[in-house]
Ligand binder design. Sequence first.
Ligand SMILES: Cc1ncc(COP(=O)(O)O)c(C=O)c1O
Length: 445
Amino acid sequence: MYGPQIKGVLPGDNARKILANDEKYLSPSYTREYPLVVKRTQDIWVEDVDGNIFLDFTAGIGVCNTGNNNEEIKKTIIEQLDNYIHFALGDFYNDKAPLLAEKLCYLTPGQFDKKVFFTNSGTESVEASLKLARYYTKRPRILGFIGAFHGRTMGSLAITSSKSTQRKHFSPLIGDVTHVPYPYCYRCPYKLSYPQCNFWCVKIIEEVYFKRLCPPEDVACCIVEPIQGEGGYIVPPDGYFDELTKVLKKYDILLVCDEVQSGIGRTGKMFASEHWNLVPDIVCLAKALANGLPLGAIVGNKKYYTWVKGSHNNTYGGNALAVVAALKTIELVQNKYMENAKNMGDYILTIAKKWVEEYEFLGDVRGKGLMIGLEFVKDKQTKEEATKLRNTIVYKCFEKGLLLLPCGESVIRFSPPLSISKSAVDIALSIFKDVLNTVKRNFSM
Ligand SMILES: Cc1ncc(COP(=O)(O)O)c(C=O)c1O
């Protein structure tokens, strides 16, 4: 049978035992949405420990872009295992890292010489980008966005502002960070409409923030997600980044694009910045870069790499297994999956946008490629967030064998592996629609 197979009540018996052990020994800070205990994965399919089969619309939270446990990547990793697993790139040279660095310099936007620093995760890439920007500019301040998610280590967390739980009790974080509103047109903080707003959300940076709060000569960089991820899969309007870069250039403020979630083909282009011809000074990468092995990178204009030997380093960054996996991932994404992401994304968007008319609780559908968000509201006029309803939909889909994840206050993200076929998309959409119809009956009662 082609499709999810759920054998009974979830979680099953085997899952229950593992969940009990997990609860006993693992940190309560993890953010599990439902009790899925994974045993095996293959492409878009996930088998749990009780033999239930799920259709993956999460890609392991934006990681397994070429499909879960991709066979070609597995083969590449196994070949590398015969040579060596690890020999610290920070203290020696290895034969693979420069190949990936060269590829990333070539692929990232901007026709100028670049350099790469390898990390192990998204938050570590963000930390490295902030340190590089401060080191080069010798300026202390950082400009970030409300709703942003850049990670949870102290530096990144100082800019992260998607949920206050992520910050509560962790102060003091690094200081000198100024947050400005993100161009969230569906919920414009200034209650304006695009394009009549004339990009007030950019103008206010100069006219208010820089004048009264944050001297622009003190700002090292502005860090932005080209599409805000954890904040709610929010797509800025066309023209926004042109306006923003004009302001940043005027004050020699570096532009750091956090493509940790939106990069590596997810949006139908290798990097989401490319949708707006945006050329960042530094790009942060992680998540899908090595399709599941821990690897991150920052790629930046060569002229900013003024930091000296010993000023920044790590033990695992550029690990050989992760690097070969990344080289293969990029090849596969370039050759086939990026185009599929665009085609499947357009297909889903066309269908899901029609649902906005059909369901009174679906307020907005937006996205690019396979980074699609559906925002649920209690009322289309007030736009009050329907968080409980959104959570119910996510859980009901899980019970029917469709894996989804929430983001923002009341958004569901569609972010399947980029390898997904049209028939699998149809299965997912049909399960999702069934669930929407079920909740619709209760919603109108
Ligand atoms: C845009 C963005 N930046 C940074 C991070 C942090 O990545 P990590 O969890 O690997 O530290 C994430 C994770 O979701 C992210 O979406």
